[in-house]
Design a protein around this ligand. Structure first.
Ligand code: ADP
Ligand code: MG
Length: 227
């Protein structure tokens, strides 16, 4: 069915009546959310309430049972599979609790990867990786592999990787969950700074009230709905 949705250029993400169950277990029961350009939103809620499931549905790891998700006003239900993948590659960056860096690649190569996937020309790519390594304070670590970096440094590599291709939206699932409080605090400040500088929206899952300091809005998920 064709969508009757109006075009809102400032909406980076819209979620409309999203439902998702695993067998008998209803996890998302009609989630609605609009994220505008440059907004930073904290998503809270008890363990098992569906925070990661919501991020997974946005990123395409999981499919919704019903409802729809619009990325830059394109419905992911209406695009074919390769169209959705291309849209996600271009418009989303990801940061995970446990970094998810590729262990055999250097910091430089890990950061370069998303830009390669969208076919950014090599010269431009190298220039951008150098620039962002500097922004995250890791120029001197560019040739190190993940296991040669501290937790905080790995997460800074992950932030650089999430932003290298100029996405409109960064999804972060407990990005400070594996870090000590000092490194966690540094990572949050960096995320805030880069989000403001690059005008990128952020949807960040967190357990921790103090992490919400970098966000403009705090939402929480309860009984499958956002409140
Ligand atoms: P949160 O991130 O808020 O802690 P999750 O979104 O990971 O919660 O999980 C929500 C609920 O869905 C949990 O009860 C979890 O066990 C269940 N769940 C998540 N992913 C799956 C899956 N792939 N298969 C079955 N159940 C799942
Ligand atoms: Mg989770």
């Amino acid at each position: 069915m064709a969508s009757l949705k109006e075009n809102h250029p400032e909406h980076v993400l819209e979620i409309s009546s999203a439902c998702k169950s695993f067998g008998q277990l209803g996890v998302l029961k009609g989630v609605n959310l609009i994220i505008k350009k440059g907004e930073r939103i904290a998503l809270m809620g008890p363990s098992g309430s569906g925070k990661s499931t919501l991020l997974n549905c946005i990123s395409g790891v999981e499919n919704l049972d019903s409802g729809d998700i619009f990325l830059n006003n394109s419905s992911i239900r209406e695009l074919n599979r390769s169209g959705v993948e291309a849209l996600r590659r271009e418009s989303i960056g990801y940061i995970f609790q446990s970094f998810h860096l590729l262990p055999t690649l250097t910091a430089f190569e890990n950061i370069e990867l998303p830009a390669q996937l969208i076919d950014m020309p090599k010269d431009e790519r190298i220039e951008k990786v150098r620039k962002i390594l500097k922004l995250v304070g890791l120029s001197s670590r560019s040739q190190h592999k993940p296991d040669e970096l501290s937790g905080g440094e790995r997460q800074r590599v992950a932030i650089a990787r999430a932003l290298i291709h100029n996405p409109h939206l960064v999804l972060a699932d407990e990005p400070t969950g594996s870090l000590d409080s000092k490194s966690g605090d540094d990572v949050l400040s960096l995320l805030e700074e880069l989000s403001i500088e690059q005008g990128v929206a952020l949807l960040m899952v967190t357990h921790d009230r103090t992490s919400t300091r970098i966000c403009n809005r705090v939402i929480s998920i309860q009984d499958g709905c956002l409140v």
